[in-house]
Design a binder for this molecule. Structure first.
Ligand SMILES: [Zn+2]
Length: 307
């Protein structure tokens, strides 16, 4: 058994404009570092399927799913919000990104993989129930978490989110849901300016001021996340794996490094091993400094797959 690596060439065809930071080269940078590090050979690769309307509709109203299908252009680019656009390939990329997380969940739940990483775009954690936002169209991790419950009977799920931005879409979807705990760190105050005002009891949100480094992450995890995770005893853990809090990433102003991503992955793995038979599905979110992104994913995967 090994760690599954789920991706699809369609995810490289989604483009939102020449200078957009959420660009296809992000996935290529990850592939480059898999080769450079030598760990690529230990991952079991899978092509992401397209998510079905039934899978998406566990999170998003079907009217929203249809509106996204209708918005997809046959040529050119259409904007869904100021930061989020679709080209003729974006619909399939978005369906593959959510489908990757669903397949990863199936592989891990069926015991066909120990853990899984989805190297996909568009990302998902800003996508709300009925609103695309911040480079995100469908909430990939949310679709997978609901799939775990409805297709595999997983009653207690933890969603870990260490992206530099608050996962407001995931919070919108799961706040007050007794089946899900969301544990997150994010720069605050910063886009999308949410996550701090009266969060629901199932939200372990930890805002970090600009300039915080890995020590702040580690303190947040040990003091806030770990007790909440111990309390939940999750049967499955999802990770919204954004790497834009890296010190080299100028999208934001946190100062994490690869060793911090390895450390937090290890802590999450301890909980997964204790309560969830090791089941972790990690899905790419942000990360815009290409070299730092690739190196951070490798650090994350080395711990995830014990490579
Ligand atoms: Zn982000």
């Amino acid at each position: 058994m090994a760690t599954a690596f789920v991706t699809h060439p369609d995810c490289l065809k989604h483009e939102m404009g020449a200078y957009h930071p959420e660009r296809p080269e992000r996935l290529s940078a990850i592939e480059d570092q898999l080769i450079a590090s030598g760990i690529g050979q230990y991952l079991v690769r899978h092509d992401a399927p397209l998510a079905s309307d039934e899978q998406l509709a566990r999170v998003h109203p079907i009217e929203y799913v249809r509106a996204i299908r209708d918005a997809a252009p046959e040529e050119g680019t259409v904007h869904l919000d100021p930061d989020t656009a679709m080209n003729p390939h974006s619909l399939r990329a978005a369906l593959r990104a959510a489908g990757a997380a669903v397949l990863a969940t199936d592989l891990v739940m069926r015991g066909e993989a120990d853990s899984a990483f989805c190297s996909v775009r568009p990302p998902g954690h800003h996508a709300c129930r009925a609103r695309p936002m911040g480079f995100c169209i469908f909430n990939n991790v949310a679709v997978a978490a609901r799939h775990a419950r409805h297709a595999h009977g997983v009653e207690r799920t933890a969603i870990i989110d260490f992206d530099v931005h608050h996962g407001n879409g995931t919070e919108d979807i799961f706040q007050g849901d007794p089946h899900v705990l969301m544990a997150s760190t994010f720069q605050h105050p910063f886009y999308p300016y949410s996550g701090t005002e009266d969060p629901a009891p199932n939200m372990a949100n930890v805002p970090l001021p600009a300039g915080s480094d890995g020590r702040a992450l580690r303190a947040a995890v040990d003091r806030i996340w770990m007790p909440a995770l111990e309390d939940l005893e999750p049967q499955m853990i999802f990770i919204s794996a954004g790497f834009d809090a890296h010190v080299e990433d100028d999208m934001a102003m946190l100062r994490f490094t690869e060793s911090d991503y390895a450390w937090v992955t290890q802590r999450v793995k301890e909980i997964a091993d204790k309560y969830a038979e090791g089941r972790i599905v990690s899905v790419l979110e942000g990360g815009y400094a290409l070299s730092a992104l690739g190196r951070s994913v490798v650090a994350h995967l080395k711990v995830l797959g014990t490579l």
